[in-house]
Design a protein around this ligand. Structure first.
Ligand SMILES: C[C@@H](N)C(=O)N[C@H](C)C(=O)O
Ligand SMILES: [Zn+2]
Length: 205
């Protein structure tokens, strides 16, 4: 092989290799900010499965998703609120356990179909709380799979509708989409090129 061609092939290989590596890279939100609160329910038995699904309570995300979330949190902080995190990256095997319990694509992404945007490190389940840690009512508990969780259900008090509006408008401004059936779920819009992952959460032994 002549030298320019060899150089071209090497560069092509290196750029493809770095693309594959960067596709898999997730960052830990705690390394980027101390301004969030956390209640990672799947790291406890207090969730809709009733079992601990994660070995540790960490929030991992694609770097650009974490950056957008930091900006959203800043927006909420300026209004007297902060984001409380329920879930971030979720390994595909955990998605399969969820699907086995609730095989309804309106509430759990089908791991045998497109999967969940959580499996790409590009979705989060969140709520708001006040900066001094007070509860903000959203009309249902997290992972309540029923019409009280639907975002097109307006049969709530003015206070709840105002809280939801604040959450949805803030998140949409920073590149997140809502889904109709879960007020707590937000998918980063530009996730189409991200890979579905099954790497376990990085927990110290
Ligand atoms: C299971 C629930 N917290 C959730 O995230 N549902 C969406 C639809 C998902 O699995 O992607
Ligand atoms: Zn979700």
């Amino acid at each position: 092989m002549n030298l320019p061609l060899l150089r071209f092939v090497t560069l092509l290989f290196l750029s493809l290799a770095s693309e594959v590596t960067s596709q898999d890279t997730l960052v830990n939100l705690k390394d980027l900010s101390t301004e969030f609160n956390y209640e990672i329910r799947y790291a406890t038995p207090n969730n809709f499965i009733g079992e601990t699904l994660y070995d540790c309570a960490e929030c991992l995300l694609r770097p650009e998703v974490a950056e957008a979330l930091l900006q959203a949190n800043q927006y909420f902080c300026e209004k007297g609120y902060r984001i409380k995190i329920y879930d971030c990256y979720r390994p595909l095997d955990v998605q399969k356990k969820m699907w086995a319990k609730v095989p309804r694509a309106t509430y759990v992404g089908n791991p045998y179909g497109n999967g969940s945007v959580h499996n790409k490190g590009a979705a989060i389940d969140i709520t708001l709380e006040t900066l001094d840690g007070c509860y903000v009512e959203m009309g249902s508990d997290y992972d309540y799979f029923g019409k009280e969780a639907h975002i097109d259900n307006y049969n709530f008090s003015k206070e709840i509708l105002t809280n939801r509006k604040l959450l949805f408008e803030g998140m949409r401004q920073f590149g997140f989409n809502t889904i109709r059936t879960e007020w707590w779920h937000f998918s980063y819009q530009k996730n189409w090129s991200y890979k579905t992952l099954n790497t376990p959460l990085p927990c110290e032994q």
